[in-house]
Design a protein around this ligand. Structure first.
Ligand code: NAP
Ligand code: G4F
Length: 358
């Protein structure tokens, strides 16, 4: 049985990656922060209580990537085959308010883990959650050879982590790679990222609980994909003969305005009647246009995104309508999920595993 260690396991990607790896038969270990309230909601459906004699393959350990603390001990104890470093202060706007904290948690944490791997003489393969934000103002489309032009403390921190990952690969021969992922979203996306902020607002407006939605720059363009597709790419990167860096995206970009058209249009509303601009959501320096050229991943990893922009927005609106206690427009959810074969296959695998049938 292969073992994986995941930092940021309670986040959007961490939760999908955990499902994906459990379905592949892995034992999964995750690092979580001690909090005064529960912070593992995205994992609760996967948790099994060892006291019930359940087949337990998911283990959570307290830790904080802001300090080296017990990282080496944990790596020695768990002996993971693969380490996915997903933990970060991941909000770009917030990084302007907390620049040094972001540098520490999003940037320096990577060298803490790489150094812990090296000191523990671990054979673990390492995945660094690099970001398309590193391309910043570089002209689209962006690929593995595009020079980086970071536009935020977050992007600068990710760039440090990117280079130190390459340095440990070149200098110490570690199997360490960067997944340069473009924006990826889902019903589990944090509520303050623009996609989820919009889809939650659509549901609240339909439910009659919200009148206006305050946003920042509507002209920014992003290459938005579906998070479950992207965690598969993370795994594929660690299954190659040699460690390399890969750009992951859909190759299709849309503006925030188009996102509003799609999300409000889906429930038959005109967003112009609800959306207001609040300059507090502007960033001191904006990234205008991110568009992936993922040809290397298509060719080498044989990876392809299954869900594209329109479906993604509908999956998210449907999920938020459901959360708000409202039915999805015209059975939208089941139709869309049927189209997403992979999703069903994966859910079936998880379900049968949970029942102990495989
Ligand atoms: P997310 O939902 O914000 O999750 C971040 C995770 O990091 C959470 O589990 C969080 O724990 C954990 N974390 C934050 N600070 C920590 C600390 N000091 N110690 C331990 N854990 C800490 O992010 P995501 O969307 O899943 O993204 C995963 C990674 O990919 C991040 O590194 C992000 O920067 C990067 N990335 C994301 C995208 C995207 O579009 N989603 C694109 C490119 C790269 P709590 O739950 O306790 O807060
Ligand atoms: O959803 P966002 O906050 O995502 P952003 O800044 O692109 O960062 C996300 O993707 C990166 C990958 O490229 C990740 F590395 C990072 O961790 C994160 O997951 O904003 C998207 C766009 C921006 O141009 C922003 O200015 O939407 C614009 N926007 C307009 N109004 C807004 C808002 N963004 C947010 N969060 N909130 C608004 O009200």
């Amino acid at each position: 049985m292969k073992k994986a260690l995941i930092t940021g396991i309670t986040g959007q990607d961490g939760s999908y990656l955990t499902e994906f790896l459990l379905a592949k038969g892995y034992e999964v270990h995750g690092i979580i922060r001690r909090a005064s309230t529960f912070n593992s909601q995205r994992l609760d459906h996967l948790y099994r209580d060892p006291h019930n004699g359940d087949d337990v393959r998911l283990y959570l350990h307290y830790g904080d990537i802001g300090s080296s603390g017990n990282l080496s001990d944990l790596i020695r104890q768990v002996q993971p085959d693969e380490i996915y470093h997903l933990a970060a202060q991941s909000h770009v706007r917030v990084s302007f308010d907390l620049p040094d904290y972001t540098g520490d948690v999003t940037g320096l944490s990577t060298v803490r883990i790489l150094e812990a791997i090296r000191r523990a003489d671990s054979h673990a393969r390492f995945y660094q959650a690099s970001s398309s934000e590193m391309f910043g103002s570089a002209s689209p489309p962006q690929h593995e050879e595009t020079p980086f032009e970071p536009q935020s403390p977050y992007a600068a921190a990710k760039l440090y982590a990117y280079w130190v990952t390459r340095n440990y690969r070149d200098g110490y021969g570690l199997y360490a790679c960067n997944g340069i992922l473009f924006n990826h979203e889902s019903p589990r996306r944090g509520e303050t990222f623009v996609t989820r902020k919009i889809t939650r607002a659509v549901a609240a407006i339909v439910a009659g609980r919200q009148q206006h939605l305050y946003l920042g720059n509507l002209d920014a363009r992003r290459d938005w994909g579906y998070a479950p597709d992207y965690v598969e790419a993370m795994w594929l990167m660690l299954q190659q003969e040699q460690a390399e860096d890969f750009v992951i995206g859909t190759g299709e970009a849309h503006s925030v305005r188009e996102l509003l058209d799609e999300a409000f249009g889906y429930v038959g509303l005109d967003w112009n009647q609800y959306v207001r601009i609040d300059e507090k959501y502007y960033r001191p320096t904006e990234v205008d246009y991110l568009l992936a050229d993922p040809q290397k991943a298509f060719a080498r990893l044989k990876w392809q995104p299954r869900v594209h922009f329109r479906e993604l927005v509908r999956i998210m609106v449907d999920a938020d309508l459901e959360l708000a206690g409202l039915a999805a427009p015209g059975e939208g959810r089941s139709i869309l999920e049927e189209r997403y074969d992979g999703w069903h296959r994966w859910q079936d695998q998880v379900a049968s595993m949970e029942k102990g049938t495989r």
